[in-house]
Structures are given as structure tokens and as C-alpha cells.
Design a protein around this ligand. Structure first.
Ligand SMILES: *Cc1c(COP(=O)(O)O)cnc(C)c1O
Length: 416
């Protein structure tokens, strides 16, 4: 029996397994401060005046093994920019997973395109790529596999169906810094891949984002788009719509210094996650998310598992989460079914969408917008955040001890 299983659960008045907090986020040192102040004192604060954004793009491209990188304001604008570069237009359809952050879908809606959901794979929490083909219609132009938690969606299958059905592939790698598919960095396998550097992400400048691609013409279209239709000097880009989605010099310089820690932090998360998976494997009713076979490295932005209440005396997940928090181990229930959120129906009923899509098409969409595996997954999923993997091995042992303790007292917790 794991230590801690015998004492009373903290939720019922016992001693918590853990009294210290988990490692804080973000982390910075003197070097980050110096670099940041240098930008401040230079008075060159925006991309057009300084060199930090250019330097960051070169560095990120090289670390990712991608020929080109465009830095943008955030992960959402990275998705919007990439969709522009792929020529996704009003009335198009784009295939997306339901187990993702809302931004993936908002980016599609920003183009007045229709997001079409394919169900999740319960074992991996990733998009079930075997179901993509059934979602393709004559209007489908692209698919957005999301590398959720920093683990890889099945890119072999995604690329195979995309090639066959002539779909563009945009990898949403917002959570996947340094994650890999068969040794290649996530976000470099499809036509394009996007990243986020928002505060919670494994590489953080408060806000920030990037678009990667091997296609220089695509990147130049994206460049012009992200700076109000103004092409890079010397680039031949057909005049088109744009926006201002530029990263600032402050964010870029912070990303440069933050990136020096990325590999070390990533290795630490990897080692801790492996230890935690081994420990959780011994607790019935806790099923850690499996990595796809081709996922040679996960970024561990989240540590996800399924909670089977049946193995915990029927203790509902919500109460399990409360009991964990009381033990000093915070966790969350993760995403709710995105494909069923009310904002989607409001969009479909909007004047614009009524003009763009026939009543028959929208009826079919509603009828086929069923993701039963994902619905169940959303009732079972539990997450730890990436910062909880940045401490020592004993932290993993305490996480497992808290779960074992709750399991040993599950019947009492269910009643109380
Ligand atoms: C964070 C995130 C985004 C959006 O990034 P922002 O920088 O917050 O705009 C998009 N997709 C996924 C999967 C994310 O986790």
C-alpha cells in the first residue's frame, strides 16, 4: 500500500498528503530582466524598429527544424494567420477535434468557415484520425489536428487521408513545444503548424504565437497578413486582406531568454511524467492517457488521465477533484464538449452563416455533430498542469499517494 493511504482524507478532516505548493510559473532570472530592460532602454519596442522578433523567429525555426517561422501576437492569431495563408475562405469547411481549447474553433469561425467535428480517441484523448474521412464533404478544405496536452495526434493517419482527399493540414501545436512525431517536431509535419506562448504554455511571454512552414510563399502571405497587408521587402505577394497581429520586441526578447530553459524543463517534465505513469499504473480506476505509437516525445503541457468512478466506490469525479485539492494536489476536470457549446448554435443561426450555408447543410451538420466518445471522455478526464511536473520525484509520489488515499476512503468520501 502506498504511504498515506491509512490516515483520514483531508476533505474529512485528516492531514493533507502535501502541504507545500507545486513549482511556480513563470520562472525568470537576472538574464531575462537585463534583456527586457535593454529593449525598454533602446526605445525600439515594435517589430519594425528592432531586431528581437527577427532573432526569435530564426532561433525558433532552428530549434523546431522548420525552414520558416513567423512570430505573431498569440496562438489564436497564429491560427487565423495560418488559415489565411492556406486560403481558407467564407463558406469552406474545416475539420477539427472536439477535445481542444475554444481558440481552435474560433479561428475557423473568424474566417466564416464551418468547423466540422470528428470524435476523440478515448485512449489518447487525441482526434480519432480514422474518423476524418467520413467528415469530408465537397466543401472541406483543411483539417486541424490538435496535439492536445503536448502529445501528438496520429500524424501518419492525418497526412494519409489529407493527401488522398486533398486537404490542407494545419497542426495546432499550441501546447506542444518540443513534442515530436517520429523524431520530427510537432507543427512541422503538415502544411503549417502554429504555437502559442500565452502565460500558461510551456514557453511563455505573457502572450505570443508563431506560424511554422516549409513553404516560403505561404510564409510570405502570412507575413503580409499579420502586418496589415504589407509584404516583406522583396516578397511577391498578391495584395490581400490583412490585420495587425505583430509580436512586440519585448515579447520576443523574453522568448529568447525563456527558450534557454525549454530543453531542461522539458526533460524534467518527461522524467517526472514517466515516473507518475508508472505509479498511477498500480492504482485501479486511474488510466493515464496513452501516447500514440509515433509520438516520440510529448511536451507534457498537461498530464491527463481517465478517472473511473466505478473503481472508487462510485465517488463522483467532482468530489474526487475536491478531495485531491484538499490533499494539496490540485487538478481539474479538463475540457467540456466543445461541439455542444451554445455559441456554435448562435453562430449557425447568424445572418452571415444563414447566407453562406444552406438550411439543408446546417441540418446535416446538426445531425452529424455527434461525438459520443468525447462526451464520455469529458466526464472522465482529469488534468494536472505542466508546472506540477517541474519538481522532484517525491512530488510524483505524493500525487500517487493522494490518489491512493482517496481510493482507500472512497466509500466514506462518497457518503460524506
Ligand atoms: C492556448 C491554445 C490556443 C490559443 O493560444 P492563445 O495564445 O491563448 O491565443 C489554441 N489552441 C490550443 C490547443 C491552445 O491550448
Amino acid at each position: 500500500m502506498v504511504k498515506g493511504a491509512v490516515s483520514q482524507p483531508a476533505l474529512l478532516g485528516g492531514e493533507p498528503v502535501r502541504k507545500r505548493g507545486f513549482p511556480g510559473w513563470p520562472v525568470w532570472e537576472k538574464g531575462d530582466e537585463e534583456a527586457w530592460l535593454q529593449v525598454l532602454r533602446s526605445g525600439k519596442w515594435y517589430r519594425g524598429s528592432g531586431k528581437a522578433v527577427d532573432a526569435f523567429e530564426a532561433k525558433f525555426a532552428s530549434v523546431m527544424g522548420s525552414p520558416h517561422c513567423l512570430a505573431v501576437a498569440n496562438g489564436t492569431s497564429a491560427l487565423m494567420t495560418a488559415l489565411h495563408g492556406l486560403d481558407v475562405q467564407a463558406g469552406d469547411e474545416v475539420i477539427v477535434p472536439p477535445y481542444t481549447f475554444i481558440a481552435t474553433v474560433n479561428a475557423v469561425l473568424s474566417k466564416s468557415a464551418l468547423p466540422v467535428f470528428v470524435d476523440s480517441d478515448a485512449r489518447t484523448f487525441q482526434m480519432d484520425a480514422s474518423k476524418i474521412e467520413a467528415a469530408v464533404t465537397d466543401r472541406t478544405v483543411a483539417v486541424i489536428p490538435v496535439h492536445i496536452a503536448g502529445a501528438a495526434a496520429n500524424m501518419d493517419r492525418v497526412m494519409e487521408v489529407a493527401r488522398r482527399r486533398k486537404l490542407k493540414v494545419l497542426e495546432d501545436a499550441a501546447q506542444a513545444h518540443l513534442g515530436e512525431w517520429r523524431g520530427r517536431k510537432l507543427g512541422t509535419i503538415g502544411d503549417t503548424g502554429t504555437y502559442s506562448f500565452q502565460a500558461s504554455k510551456n514557453l511563455n511571454s505573457g502572450e505570443g504565437g508563431a506560424v511554422l512552414s516549409a513553404d516560403s510563399a505561404f510564409i510570405e502571405r502570412c507575413f503580409a497578413y499579420h502586418t496589415n497587408s504589407s509584404p516583406r521587402k522583396g516578397a511577391a505577394v498578391a495584395p490581400a486582406q490583412g490585420a495587425n497581429l505583430r509580436l512586440t520586441e519585448f515579447q520576443a526578447t523574453l522568448l529568447m531568454t525563456q527558450m534557454e530553459r525549454l530543453e531542461t524543463q522539458s526533460k524534467l517534465r518527461d522524467a517526472n511524467a514517466a515516473h507518475l505513469t508508472k505509479l498511477l499504473g498500480e492504482i485501479s480506476g486511474i488510466i493515464p492517457a496513452k501516447l500514440e505509437d509515433g509520438c516520440t516525445r510529448s511536451a507534457w503541457h498537461l498530464y491527463m488521465f481517465r478517472y473511473n468512478a466505478g473503481e472508487f466506490a462510485g465517488l463522483p469525479r467532482e468530489r474526487f477533484l475536491k478531495a485531491m485539492a484538499a490533499e494539496g494536489v490540485p487538478c481539474s476536470g479538463g475540457y467540456t464538449p466543445l461541439n455542444k457549446q451554445p455559441f456554435l448554435e448562435n453562430v449557425l443561426q447568424s445572418r452571415g452563416y444563414q447566407r453562406l450555408f444552406s438550411a439543408e447543410r446546417l441540418r446535416q451538420w446538426r445531425e452529424r455533430n455527434q461525438c459520443p466518445v468525447n462526451d464520455k471522455l469529458c466526464t472522465e478526464g482529469v488534468w494536472f498542469t505542466q508546472t506540477m511536473l517541474l519538481g522532484g520525484r517525491e512530488d510524483m509520489e505524493q500525487i500517487a499517494a493522494a490518489i491512493s488515499k482517496i481510493r482507500a476512503h472512497a466509500a466514506a468520501l462518497a457518503k460524506g
